[in-house]
Design a protein around this ligand. Structure first.
Ligand code: LIP
Length: 263
């Protein structure tokens, strides 16, 4: 059943990605509205993409629930619900920076069991089914993704992101001032879903981000977990708003460092 959910997530994700690609005008995309702060933006294409995903999922599975970034939640009766970010990395999408993704996860009884992330600009696709591994699609082939052991913090390249709320950003800036000198460098790509897939591929040594929503990371975190990485909240348990991830061999060093810097 999880594989069927995955197949639906992938089919809908690819259609949604094609819709966004073909709808994107040249240059910058107009911002339709702001959300939690002036820097938290949404475009009409985010909204239309979410409507398309919602329609496709409900025509296949009318009794499921749905929680998307741009619309009202729907409570289902089947025990399955979908957690969807129609464009994760909207700021990149607006500016034409090729790092924005459709992220679709399916949960059963509240546990994420399948996730698919497609980079809309490049077409690169990652997926995972709980208990069955993570993979990258290369056309009709799929290659297993097994995360390599990352470097320890002193040589580590760490991906992160910053909150949209100014007061929280100020606190993050202070924490970053003490974090940055203790790692090799930091990257802020602007899409949590893509960051988690890139970590699984071994491009980074660790990732953490505060201020996320479940739709930003549900699918990417399953890819990370199924590739062999640890995914944790700040206090060791799961946390929808704060996600840290690294290889088990170095995870505690990174997680301890993040905590000690006051994030
Ligand atoms: C984005 C995240 C990104 C984060 C941004 C934002 P959106 O999602 O995935 O990592 O740093 O602040 O939340 O809003 O583009 O879907």
């Amino acid at each position: 059943m999880s594989q069927e959910l995955y197949d639906l997530a992938r089919a809908v994700g690819l259609e949604a990605a094609e819709f966004v690609r073909s709808s994107r005008p040249e240059g910058r995309v107009d911002v339709a509205a702001t959300k939690s702060s002036d820097t938290d933006v949404v475009t009409e294409i985010d909204r239309a993409c979410e409507r398309l995903i919602r329609e496709r999922i409900f025509s296949a599975r009318p009794d499921d629930g749905f929680a998307g970034e741009e619309g009202d939640d729907i409570v289902g009766t089947s025990g399955v619900d979908w957690v969807v970010d129609p464009i994760d990395g909207t700021v990149n999408f607006v500016h034409g920076i090729p790092a924005y993704a459709v992220s679709i996860a399916a949960r059963r009884d509240g546990t994420v069991v399948a996730g698919h992330v497609v980079n809309i600009a490049s077409g690169e696709e990652h997926g995972a089914v709980r208990g069955e591994g993570a993979w990258r699609h290369d056309g009709d082939e799929r290659r297993a993704v097994v995360a390599p052991q990352g470097a320890a913090p002193a040589r580590g390249l760490v991906a992160t992101g910053f909150h949209y709320i100014p007061e929280i950003r100020a606190k993050q800036a202070a924490a970053m001032a003490s974090f940055l000198p203790q790692v090799a460098d930091v990257r802020r790509i602007g899409s949590a879903a893509l960051d988690l897939c890139a970590l699984a591929e071994g491009h980074y040594d660790a990732y953490f981000e505060q201020g996320l929503h479940l739709w930003d990371h549900a699918a990417g975190a399953l890819v990370a977990t199924e590739s062999g990485l640890v995914v944790s909240g700040l206090d060791g348990g799961p946390d929808e708003r704060m996600v840290m991830s690294a290889h088990p061999a170095v995870a505690e060093e990174y997680f301890g460092l993040v905590r000690s810097c006051g994030f």
